[in-house]
Ligand binder design. Structure first.
Ligand SMILES: [Fe+2]
Ligand SMILES: [Fe+2]
Ligand SMILES: [Fe+2]
Length: 325
């Protein structure tokens, strides 16, 4: 992560915010992947602030969501200042051991706290930005303490060597599993992509709320699909990752950095075929799955995506009818 010292001009502010945004994207994704790769309800820690026994996996997902909100805050303000929010990300890594992922997560939190807290603004300049950066930095302090407490608890349990889930090599030949990987990747991409349009159209509160709602639905589907993959003896994949002989996976492109659509109409036009492609993949997968909980869950996802498609078609229709910008 690049560091920036003095923040004097508007360009310096935009640079700081975009460095931070690329970081926030990466961690929102990386933490969620780390959580999806470990068991639910197996490791607990005593949360230093909430003062209760908390599931490690669930709390890491919660931290990932905090990072998504940080991305949202940064993207909206960059756009409002006339800048271009970046959709590039820092590198994402998954280690085979749960403990090594937590160590990396804590180290990342300390690095980013430093990025935010070491930015030097001249006295009284950009007060709202300064305030926001400082507020976010204390979320990062809190996250760092949470990761530290999680590591302590796992060490006390003697579980330092506990491993992440691994994909059974036979799954490469199982059509339904490969299809679910494709679907899950698309759910993640759509979550990210809807957030882009939330940034771009943040001054239009009606549109932005609708797009945000869809983004959150895609996040939920991503979460549930990751759980189904585990039930099927697999684990969430990291896009464009390479794996070294020690089993460490790294990706510098864990999600697309470019999405088409720069104005309201062209953006809305791209979402319709994306929703349609996702729906057709679910429709192909569902008949392959035996009746039961998993099938019901997948049917819920496809039905919500059909609702998204309905909404998107009308948003586009109305945007063409009444031109706002
Ligand atoms: Fe953050
Ligand atoms: Fe954080
Ligand atoms: Fe959708």
């Amino acid at each position: 992560m690049e560091k920036i010292g003095k923040v004097e001009t508007k360009e310096d502010v935009l640079k700081l915010l975009n460095i931070a945004l690329e970081h926030e994207w990466a961690v929102s994704f990386e933490y969620t992947i780390h959580a999806y790769s470990m068991p639910k309800g197996k490791f607990f820690y005593e949360d230093p602030v909430m003062k209760n026994r908390t599931d490690v996996r669930a709390q890491i997902i919660q931290i990932g969501i905090d990072e998504m909100y940080h991305s949202l805050q940064l993207g909206v303000i960059i756009r409002q200042m006339g800048g271009d929010p970046s959709f590039k990300t820092d590198e994402v890594i998954r280690y085979p051991r749960i403990m090594d992922n937590l160590k990396r997560d804590k180290m990342t939190e300390d690095l980013v706290t430093n990025l935010y807290q070491s930015a030097q603004f001249p006295e009284g300049s950009f007060p709202k930005i300064q305030n926001m950066v400082l507020n976010i930095s204390y979320d990062e302090v809190r996250h760092s303490e949470q990761f530290a407490a999680m590591m302590d608890a796992i060490t006390k349990q003697g579980a330092e060597d506990a491993l992440c889930y691994q994909a059974n090599p036979e799954n490469a030949h199982k059509k339904e599993i490969q299809l679910l990987h494709e679907i899950t990747r698309l759910e993640d991409e759509l979550m990210h992509r809807y957030l882009k349009y939330v940034f771009l159209f943040s001054e239009h509160q009606d549109l932005t709320q609708r797009l945000f709602k869809n983004s959150i639905n895609h996040m939920r589907h991503w979460d549930k699909n990751a759980g189904i993959l585990v039930k099927w003896g697999d684990v969430i994949q990291i896009e464009n990752a390479s794996k070294d002989p020690a089993g460490v996976e790294k990706s510098i492109n864990p999600m697309p950095s470019v999405y088409h659509g720069e104005d309201r109409i062209t953006a809305l036009e791209t979402l319709i075929p994306a929703e349609e492609a996702l729906i057709s993949k679910y429709e192909k997968l569902i008949p392959m799955v035996p009746d039961g909980e998993i099938k019901d869950q997948l049917m819920l996802h496809v039905s919500l995506n059909r609702e998204h498609l309905f909404t998107q078609k009308w948003l586009l229709h109305n945007a063409r009818k009444i031109k706002c910008f």
